[in-house]
Write a protein that binds this ligand. Structure first.
Ligand code: HEM
Length: 513
């Protein structure tokens, strides 16, 4: 009798839950579904037990199979894949779709732009936009040049020995130096504890990459019992000790400068030139200084706390270093695989740069048009941040479907960048020339090429990235010819914190005379 009643209770529960799910998810019924999909589990089987690289391939397949939008189901949780440039634009620019899904919390920087909740993000983004203006970025040009030259020096031993080199390792060290110097100051890597800081930063970044692809580790209760968690906490504590000291020193320095200035009434060398003079900063406008001076330069803005400053600095490092380094390493590999394109890019650099040690100024960067096309094309084919997510804070209507508040929307820029209806039959080929064709550019949908995402929550550092990467690529090509034995058709991906390769970026370097 009792087992019979229990069975009946289980069946009733199952039917009730099933009915309830069906009611809750009714809004999604008219939207095409990713298949195969199980009635109860949805698409979980498609993702379960797969490596991050395999998850990426599954996502790519689903996004390519749907022209406009579709749903994934993970049990009762629904995510909407947005595939058509028109809808991508609508969502990314929609004022009610600027929040991020919960998964971003693994970044652990609640005040940083990348992962902040909508209200915090809105307030901070408005203030931080000014710290990336054209004049401030121009003040970083000497740092971009200096770091790029140091990279060229470090690569020289590979050119001399002819040994293959994993160019990503060297580029990563260089972009970390750039971002550290522009966000924390010129001498930051000479401070006590700098090597430990770099080492622990790498641990913290790798942890984000591991955790983000393991759904079980998203549950804080489970994660806190793992060794990964303990290592992450130790790494974060060491990094924070390092930056806290810098913040403290900076606060004292700024207070001292302010007192001196009030006393002597003299202008600071780091202030912009007076009206009528060339608008140009005489020394790099370091990010941490900008954050601390905000209440001085904008009396309406409130002062950031130490925690907020720390989160903003780490966010710039997390969002800016690995992405820039990996993107440039992909570009170098693509150029090594395509000698004719490399020759054309080198010809442009040779024409514009008379000597190997000529400074790459902002004016010169504007003239490096083909180099820009090469970078854009590499970002199209191998975008390092291909999957991003948004959550809507109010109902939105997409293609006539009412998407309820709190839904998760996913974008796959890798699939978007290879749509044949946008990019033509050669969509999978590496052809930077397609960005030179202005007519074709005008015809193309503005949201068909989104390596930096788009809308108000797109990358704040895209101009910084383009300037630093142009400088690096121009100097690499001026000094070296790149070759590789890796074939374009053999490219396989691994997904870490960014879209990486399943094998090293192995290139051979030959010094150009
Ligand atoms: C090739 C280099 C880069 C690529 C491909 C890239 C790409 C992206 C993408 C796709 C997003 C949107 C992420 C999302 O919505 O989840 C993003 C956001 C962001 N990026 Fe970049 N990025 C690059 C370099 C940089 C640099 C150099 C910095 C800083 C110096 C930076 C700082 C940020 C920040 C702070 C955000 C969050 C913006 C917000 O939510 O308001 N990025 N980036």
């Amino acid at each position: 009798m009792l087992p019979g009643l229990l069975l009946l209770a289980v069946i009733l529960c199952g039917v009730t839950i099933s009915w309830y799910w069906a009611q809750v998810l009714r809004w999604a019924d008219g939207i095409p579904r990713a298949v195969p999909s199980n009635r109860w589990l949805g698409n979980i089987a498609d993702f379960f037990g797969k490596s991050p690289g395999e998850v990426f391939l599954v996502l790519d397949r689903h996004f390519r199979q749907h022209d406009r939008l579709f749903t994934f189901r993970f049990g009762p949780q629904v995510a909407i894949g947005i595939t058509h440039p028109e809808l991508v634009q609508k969502v990314l620019t929609h004022p009610d779709c600027q929040a991020k899904p919960d998964v971003y919390k693994v970044v652990r920087l609640p005040n940083g732009l990348l992962a902040a909740k909508y209200d915090i993000w809105k307030m901070h983004r408005k203030t931080l936009n000014s710290t990336f203006n054209a004049r401030i970025l121009e003040s970083f040009v000497p740092i971009f040049n200096d770091c790029s030259r140091r990279l060229i020096g470090r690569l020289d031993r590979y050119a001399q020995s002819g040994v293959r080199c994993n160019i990503l390792e060297y580029i990563s060290a260089c972009t970390l130096e750039m971002i550290s110097r522009t966000s924390l100051g010129g001498k930051v890597l000479e401070r006590d504890g700098a090597q430990q800081f770099i080492h622990n930063l790498e641990i913290a970044l790798k942890t984000i990459g591991v955790r983000i692809f393991n759904i079980l580790l998203h549950v804080d209760f489970i994660y806190q019992f793992t060794e990964l968690y303990r290592n992450e906490m130790k790494a974060i504590a060491t990094c924070q000790q390092f930056t806290r000291k810098i913040i403290q020193d900076k606060r004292e320095e700024i207070a001292r400068l302010f007192d001196e200035r009030v006393g002597s009434n003299s202008p600071s060398t780091s202030e912009p030139a007076a009206v009528g003079e060339t608008p140009h900063y005489r020394k790099p406008q370091i990010f941490i200084d900008q954050l601390m001076k905000i209440p001085l330069t904008d009396p309406g803005a409130r002062q950031f706390s130490d925690d907020e400053i720390s989160d903003h600095i780490y966010t710039m490092i997390v969002a800016g270093n690995e992405t820039s380094a990996t993107q440039l390493a992909h570009t170098c590999l693509l150029l090594a695989m395509h000698p004719a394109v490399q020759a054309k890019a080198h010809a442009e650099v040779s024409e514009l740069l008379c000597t190997a040690d000529q400074e790459i100024t902002t004016d010169l960067m504007k003239e490096l048009r083909y180099i820009e096309c090469v970078l854009k094309e590499a970002m199209r084919l191998m975008p390092v941040a291909p999957i991003v997510g948004r959550q809507n804070l109010a109902e939105v209507v997409l293609d006539g479907h009412r998407i309820p508040r709190g839904s998760i929307m996913l974008f796959n820029f890798y699939a978007l960048h290879r749509r044949k209806d946008v990019w033509g039959p050669t969509a999978d080929e590496f052809d930077p020339g397609r960005f030179l064709d202005e007519d074709a550019g005008r015809m193309r949908h503005p949201y068909a090429h989104l390596p930096f995402s788009g809308g108000p929550r797109g990358c704040i550092g895209y101009r910084y990235a383009m300037m630093s990467l142009k400088t690096l690529l121009a100097l690499i090509l001026k000094n070296y010819e790149l070759t590789t034995s890796v074939r374009y058709e053999d490219i396989r991906y691994e997904y870490q914190i960014s879209l990486n390769l399943a094998f090293p970026h192995a290139v051979q370097l030959r010094r150009r005379s």
